[in-house]
Design a protein around this ligand. Sequence first.
Ligand SMILES: Cc1cc2nc3c(=O)[nH]c(=O)nc-3n(C[C@H](O)[C@H](O)[C@H](O)COP(=O)(O)OP(=O)(O)OC[C@H]3O[C@@H](n4cnc5c(N)ncnc54)[C@H](O)[C@@H]3O)c2cc1C
Length: 571
Amino acid sequence: MSKFKTDISRRDFLKNAGTAGIAVGAASVFGTAVAGESKHLEDKSVYEKAFGDDVQQIYVKKGKSQGPKGPIGFEDRKIAKNEITKEYNCDIAVVGGGMSGLIAALKGAEDGAKVVLIEKMTEGRGAFECFGAVDSRTQREAGIKTDKAVLLGEMHRSANYRIGPDVVRTYVEKSGEASDFMEQMFEKAGTGVVIAPMPLRPKYPNTGAPVIDAECMFYNTPGLPKDVRFRSGHVGLYIIQDLTKIAKKHPNITAKYSTPAAQLVIDSSGRVTGVIAKEDGKYVKINAKKGVILATGGYDANPEMMKAYLRPEDYSSASWWNPCWGTTGDGHMMGLKVGAAMDPVPHAVMNFTFGSPESFHIPAVRTLRAMGLYAMVNDDGERFVREDTAFQFISNATNRQASFGKQSWLLFDDTMISKNKETFDKAIAAFKVLKEKGWLFEANSPSELEKLMKMPKGNLVNTVKKFNAFKKDGKDQDFNRDMEFAKAFDGNKIYALVCNSVILATVSGLIIDEHGRVLNTKGEVIKGLYAAGNASGDFFSGNYPRHIPGTSMGRAITFGYLSAKHAITGV
Ligand SMILES: Cc1cc2nc3c(=O)[nH]c(=O)nc-3n(C[C@H](O)[C@H](O)[C@H](O)COP(=O)(O)OP(=O)(O)OC[C@H]3O[C@@H](n4cnc5c(N)ncnc54)[C@H](O)[C@@H]3O)c2cc1C
């Protein structure tokens, strides 16, 4: 079992986090991301805060776009008995109405438990298209057999072996069962949601990582808008709305929205017996006989936690793409307050290489990226990463560029834009707006482009020459990119489009065991307390491995399901 010391970070956070819940109940916000700025401010306070003065200081460059700041529910003070205006009794209290919370509430309720689900915002967060699963009904029927050893091996390798074996193994063993439960819920409610295996691309560039067939999708659902597939995360909005409706109708579930949890209640033996929340601005206590499940998500809308727990350059160089500002790390803080262990720093972040949503939604640019035809260069006109590799690696490389004050660019020419005339023309029209914003440059040749972008003379010209030679020889001598899928630069126009790293979610959290029970720093179970989804940990380290399909939603579904299944035993 994992044992981690968290004293330093805990002290730091609980000291600063006493902020009372603010303006809770604001509607979720979608599309709040803005392109990051390439100009930075120096800020060395981040590591100082986290580690104290006796550690070598690392300069951190702070982006101008600080990301969202959501309403914190956690309160680090003693809430007196006479402040509690009402008490509710249930078997299981679920905190958070995103995927993990809804699955936990439904599983508990289906198994006969009386469940109270509280969600801080007016609706639970929903941002996803697909989810990871192994051996689910739909995959079995399609004849898909995931190689579990390869999947597990890749999960450990991607975490640099900094995670324990229990939680990931349980994911691989139980995610199919959890997915089947979710499917049954949709079927029972007759919502029309269809779960299907995610088709693998027939031919895919060799990204340097194995392609693992272990993902499901919702795209075949008849009720979804036609273009939802192209709007990253939008499928999740509809799926969460459907699951919310199912939960609200369930006779065993009382669902309360705009009701932030403020702190956990523990008895003299150290068992978690309930949660104090704010309902209509007044404190209420929810007594949970069998357990409290923290399903509060990550802390991507809490800048203080982002600064302290993330790798500085991951935090400071990124743009944000966060559809809901409820994820402020309340579950992390509530857990730490009762002695839970947490993943060590730096925490893992789910990142993505598209710092400009406006260009993401240009179909031709999306296809260009999907096909991986472009090259990537920095402000000096030099390549710095293999462009066909998994998103998180490109994000890391982009963040590294940003921490030296350099902007990253996608480089492509007109022959790489769609052959379809209508799509091509639409892209050219959209480029006009991006040009005005300084997000896109267009020229007739590499030498003209490097002049326009004030790059060092000759650099971009050389980069393009080299790239074309690699294509001709079939071997990328600099980054070992799979050149079969690349295209030479031989068009009449050449473009550079801004490209930042984007933060979608944080994915490190409280250490749990295979049942979702939260552990303390000695590796012992904190009785009555569970964590699921992005509030939980021991699953990722360093980065969210985007090349392993859908493990974040897969984990949320699996451990929402398993923690309720275990809590019902009341152990
Ligand atoms: C654009 C986008 C696309 C994505 N696509 C995918 C994908 O295809 N596949 C994938 O695996 N992952 C994807 N992700 C990541 C995915 O959204 C998250 O990992 C996932 O939502 C985590 O689920 P969760 O249940 O742990 O937490 P969340 O979905 O974050 O839900 C947590 C909920 O808890 C609530 N809450 C927080 N604090 C409190 C409190 N004190 N009291 C009560 N409620 C509280 C929050 O308001 C929130 O509703 C994507 C993310 C984004 C932004």
